[in-house]
Ligand binder design. Structure first.
Ligand SMILES: NC(=O)c1ccc[n+]([C@@H]2O[C@H](COP(=O)([O-])OP(=O)(O)OC[C@H]3O[C@@H](n4cnc5c(N)ncnc54)[C@H](O)[C@@H]3O)[C@@H](O)[C@H]2O)c1
Ligand SMILES: [Zn+2]
Length: 377
């Protein structure tokens, strides 16, 4: 492929930095545009040590809400990966305007630039999210496929965790969620991610700039922010297991998610950049395999060689979905994507990195904070 000049917004973050590495490996020139948010990068807003040190990488500290700075960053690039966002689902429920500002208005700025300024952008890839689905896809043995709403407060308070069919009352079976599944976002974060996708596809289509939306599932791996209390159950479990305390599990632990390694996410981004078959498309990026939260806790305990049994609280978090995992047939058939990292290998890699990282003194501050806002039942 011809060498390109590529802008990665949020390129100092967890996922963005791996995209940067892949781009450098392929010989492209990369500009990272990132505000170095204190919640992710510490109060001093330091460029992370892991950021690719190649001379092909230019770092620009800037905010997607700063139109002038963003315009300069976009000016001479061929491709844009838009990864910059605020990423806390729980936090988005009480920092509503900050999430809408960064995620929605930041994306709007990018599109204003593409619509109104001189530029050479030939492709835009946007990081979308499985969170926009809300509940995953289900099927009823009697009534067929259904796309149920979130479990009611009443149902949750009765500790009835599985979903039942609104037609006949049978317990529903989770099935892979395809891209055509109804979007039923259940958090401000999820709404902004769905909006980002809609905005990018709509405006880019209008101006004939090929755009791709990649709906990432639950991404994990080295460099994920351990000091940020919102970025993932694996990091929170790790900190507890490492310190000899049991991980705290909501519901009964049988809820499931699709945990996908950051390496597979970066690979999917490269395929989508290179392939014309991706243009104007929406693609799930996951493994297609559901893993229960209990299995995550058990795998981490196993890897640490500790015989700690998780504490099942039977508490719940408002807005949590029961099961959601990806149907990846579209990205497989159109882009030739194949997830390569097994869950066990990926967890081992995450743990060996976290053991070396300096930020291991994590606490599950997330739960404490959500509790203080009345978001845990
Ligand atoms: N991690 C996941 O499981 C997951 C799942 C689905 C989608 N995503 C999406 O992937 C993208 C990357 O997420 P991540 O997990 O790497 O998060 P991250 O927090 O590690 O990275 C985001 C980066 O964006 C930067 N940023 C935040 N606000 C900014 C602003 N106003 N201007 C410029 N830069 C800003 C941050 O400093 C950070 O470096 C996000 O769009 C996120 O919504 C992530
Ligand atoms: Zn039914």
């Amino acid at each position: 492929m011809v060498k390109q000049k590529v802008l990665v917004t949020g390129g100092a973050g967890f996922i963005g930095s791996f995209i940067v590495d892949e781009l450098v490996r392929d010989g492209h020139a990369v500009r990272v545009f990132d505000s170095l948010e204190p919640q992710i990068h510490g109060p001093a807003g330091k460029i992370p040590d892991y950021l690719n040190k190649s001379e092909k990488v230019e770092f620009v500290r800037g905010d997607v809400l700063d139109y002038g700075a963003f315009r300069e960053a976009v000016k001479d690039v061929d491709v844009v990966f838009h990864e910059a966002a605020r990423v806390g689902v729980g936090q988005s429920m009480y920092e509503v305007s900050r999430y809408v500002d960064t995620n929605t208005n930041g994306t709007a700025n990018l599109l204003n630039i593409l619509a109104n300024e001189k530029h050479s952008v030939k492709k835009v890839l946007v990081a979308a999210s499985m969170s926009s689905y809300g509940e995953g896809a289900y099927t009823c043995s009697k009534c067929g496929p259904v796309s149920p709403e979130l479990r009611s407060e009443k149902q949750m308070s009765q500790r009835k965790w599985e979903l039942s069919c609104s037609g006949c009352g049978s317990i529903l079976m989770p099935v892979p969620a395809s891209e055509s599944k109804l979007l039923q976002p259940t958090s401000v974060y999820a709404i902004t991610k769905a909006t980002q996708e809609d905005l990018v596809l709509c405006v880019c289509r209008a101006y004939g700039i090929p755009a791709v939306s990649l709906r990432y599932f639950n991404v994990y791996g080295p460099r994920q922010s351990l000091s940020n209390p919102y970025t993932g159950v694996a990091a929170i479990f790790m900190s507890r297991i490492k310190n000899g305390s049991p991980p705290i599990i909501f519901e009964d632990g049988m809820q499931s998610r699709d945990f996908v390694s950051v390496h597979d996410i970066a690979a999917a981004n490269m395929l989508a950049m290179k392939s014309g078959a991706a243009d104007y498309g929406i693609f799930n990026v996951g493994t297609g395999r559901p893993i229960t939260i209990m299995a995550v806790a058990e795998a981490i305990a196993r890897i640490y060689g500790k015989s700690i049994k998780p504490t099942v609280t039977n508490n719940y978090r408002k807005g949590d979905v029961r099961h959601c995992f990806a149907d990846i047939s579209r990205i497989k058939s159109r882009l030739g994507f194949e997830p390569k990292v097994s869950f066990e290998d990926g967890m081992r890699e995450l743990i060996s990195w976290a053991d070396k990282a300096s930020a291991v003194d994590m606490v599950d501050k997330a739960t404490t904070e959500l509790k203080s806002k009345g978001l845990v039942g």
